[in-house]
Design a protein around this ligand. Structure first.
Ligand code: ARG
Length: 403
């Protein structure tokens, strides 16, 4: 085995990463630095500090990354209206490059030669962490205990914990829990009964949204302000990126918005079924499309829509820090220069519908489109010629076909 001097571990304080921490100390006999990112997962993070201290960790970093997460990762992605396979808002995918960035930053600061993560050997997250680390610091080694140790089952994991006096919470003793990943953008739940896509997800799987039929019977009207493609206010109140997303998560959750039951294609090769809850993100996607509808030129909007699946796939597959993602980002960002204004939506029993939009940079021309007499010079005869020329090849083709 290669000699490692110092490791920075992405540490949640949960059972799995607590075991990983111990395993790293035993296996490599070196110092392990614990890094816990606050991404708005809605969990107490101080217990992680206590647990790491108890395991003899001297250097523990709990860092609040909520603003950076939303400002530099979620919002740039939202400018693209990114959806993987037409539906998934990429809540887990977009968090990994940020965590990797800080793992690398801390590794450099403390002079570590390796970073470690608790992602399993079957998922996308290991790929995302490691591709990001490769792109940011090719000299760093990556340790993925789930691929290296010979713990192969939940039972063996608990045995290892027992043997090393790692406290196992009583609710973790029975059957394996769902695999949950949460942050300010979404909660994702996989595993257990969900592994059978024929089974309807039980109600207790959902954590931050009410079932749409149980949502309030009165709709709620909200207005979101945008500046250059990014949301900046709710109901006229300016907010920081993380505060804004938190606010919309509350509103969306209450109205049952943003639930998704999806079978997706993992980069690694298998299909997997998951339940996603993305209340604020779902509202923002509808709102952003609403403001773009009046501020983007047609060809610009259509070009964005063409590259979107490619851009989303890059994020899903872990290529956030790759040159082609940055190139597409530059294109997307340039398109947003005039994407400013207000969008009003109605939140009602699981849906977020745009009901009005205004912008100081609107391209919408009532004068152009009106059915009434219009002041703007529009010659109806131009439309006749336009259709005649566009129809030329169709008439030619139909005559040949003998229609
Ligand atoms: N399938 C999702 C993705 O690849 C979520 C993965 C993490 N979620 C989890 N419940 N472990 O982005």
């Amino acid at each position: 085995m290669t000699k490692i001097e110092k490791i920075v571990l992405s540490y949640s304080g949960g059972l799995d990463t607590s075991i990983i921490l111990k395993w790293l100390q035993e296996t490599y006999g070196c110092e392990v630095v614990a890094f816990t990112a606050d991404l708005g997962q809605g969990e107490e993070l101080e217990p992680a500090r206590t647990k790491a201290e108890m395991s003899g960790v001297k250097d523990i970093r709990i860092v609040d990354l909520r603003e950076e997460f939303v400002r530099d990762f979620v919002f740039p992605m939202l400018r693209a209206n990114a959806l993987y396979e037409g539906q998934y808002l990429l809540g887990s995918s977009i968090a990994r490059p940020l965590i990797a960035k800080h793992l690398v930053g801390i590794a450099r600061e403390v002079g570590a030669d390796a970073v470690a993560h608790g992602a399993t050997g079957k998922g996308n997250d290991q790929v995302r962490f490691e591709l990001a680390v490769n792109a940011l610091d090719p000299s760093l080694k990556v340790i993925a205990p789930w691929r290296q140790w010979n713990i192969r089952s939940r039972m063996q994991l608990l045995e290892y914990a027992e043997k090393h006096h790692i406290p196992v919470p009583s609710d973790k003793r029975g059957e394996a829990p769902f695999s949950i990943d949460a942050n300010l953008l979404h909660t994702s739940t996989e595993g257990k009964i969900l592994e059978n896509p024929a089974e309807v997800a039980p109600d207790h799987v959902y954590q931050r949204t009410v079932d749409p039929p149980d949502a309030p019977d009165t709709p709620e009207i909200i207005t979101i302000g945008f500046e250059r493609g990014d949301p900046v206010s709710v109901n006229g109140k300016a907010m920081t990126p993380a505060a804004l997303l938190t606010e919309l998560n509350g509103l969306g959750g209450r109205h049952g918005i943003g639930r998704l039951d999806l079978v997706e294609n993992r980069f690694i090769g298998m299909k997997s079924r998951g339940i996603y809850e993305t209340p604020g993100g779902t509202i923002l996607l509808a709102a952003h499309r609403g403001i773009e509808s009046i501020t983007l030129d047609r060809a610009a909007a259509h070009l964005k829509d063409e590259i979107m699946p490619r851009y989303a796939e890059l994020i899903y597959n872990g290529f956030w820090f790759a040159p082609e993602r940055e190139m597409l980002q530059a294109l997307i960002d340039q398109s947003q220069a005039f994407v400013s204004g207000d969008v009003t939506l109605r939140l009602y029993k699981g849906s977020a519908s745009v009901i009005s939009r205004t912008s100081p940079c609107s391209l919408y021309s009532a004068d152009l489109v009106t059915f009434e007499e219009s002041a703007i010079a529009y010659d109806h005869h131009d439309a006749e010629g336009f259709i005649r020329l566009n129809g030329l090849r169709l008439r030619n083709w139909a005559a040949r076909n003998g229609r």
